[in-house]
Design a protein around this ligand. Sequence first.
Ligand SMILES: [Zn+2]
Length: 346
Amino acid sequence: MSQTTSPQGIDAFIAGLPKAELHVHHVGSASPRIVAQLAARHPGAPVPTDPAALAEYFTFRDFAHFIEVYLSVVDLVQDAEDVRLLTYEVARDMARQNIRYAELTVTPYSSTRRGIPDREFCDAIEDARRAAEAELGVVLRWCFDIPGEAGLEAAEETVRIATEVQPAGLVSFGLGGPEIGVARPQFQPYFDRARAAGLHSVPHAGETTGPQTVWDALRHLGAERIGHGTSVVQDPALVDHLGEHRIPLEVCPTSNVATRAVADLDEHPIRRMVEAGLVVTVNSDDPPMFGTDLNTEYAVAARLLGLDEAGVAELAKNAVSVSFLDAPGKAELTASIDTYLANWGS
Ligand SMILES: [Zn+2]
């Protein structure tokens, strides 16, 4: 597709476009504004409170360093009020970008092991979810994910909360954290239980490791979408399989550069994924930590894929289509994207 010719520009189009986000982390969405609010509630934490110092703090050397910094922000979430505040404020940042629907990846284990009771935790996110929908027009759903680095104890706790407490907004079950040294197949029994409880399977795979991790996620964890899948293009058989079964990729371009999973944006395989016929969605992962947001990721994708406004709108509709929103919700959001495109420039 040709580059945009609109005088208003593709960035303005993206900013106003109704969007869905499928791969974004709860704590990882804590903007400097939100981190400062949390830090102010807990004096003495190692996380700086002023925005300039936070930007410096959020500059990562590598993926391991990213995890280290991420966990220091996790430490700021110490009680149910922190959880509620974080969740609602994340939705406020989404509303500003015209994100109308988001599947937020939440790691309940991080909070329950720090002493927040599971039901208090779930009540806090549910309270924020209802308020965000009513007051901000942002529909939130949850993906509860296992922090892979915490092992099988974390897997057990996560699936227990997911299946015993099962808050109303919970739609899926995930696996995050480092991939190197954290084999996917060991988590199969936990995914089996989550899936038996009606949850969708959306593990991270192929972000910092090769295609074998994606195969493992498909075969052992029943993956319905792949978190990242950056390395899939290295394996033609895997690309064929993903294309044939219409298994979407949750692509997060800037994240992949920030964690050094790819060298720079121009090296990102998103174009090869699209050219191979894969279902690609664009997401922000841990946006403030990577100095990005969903609008920026759409602009990056538009540049790398050479999309005009109609192409960007298709990308947004891809995300709605492969989301776990119910059918009426999908129809409504898709229609609002079509209407927005039709009225653009007129
Ligand atoms: Zn992620």
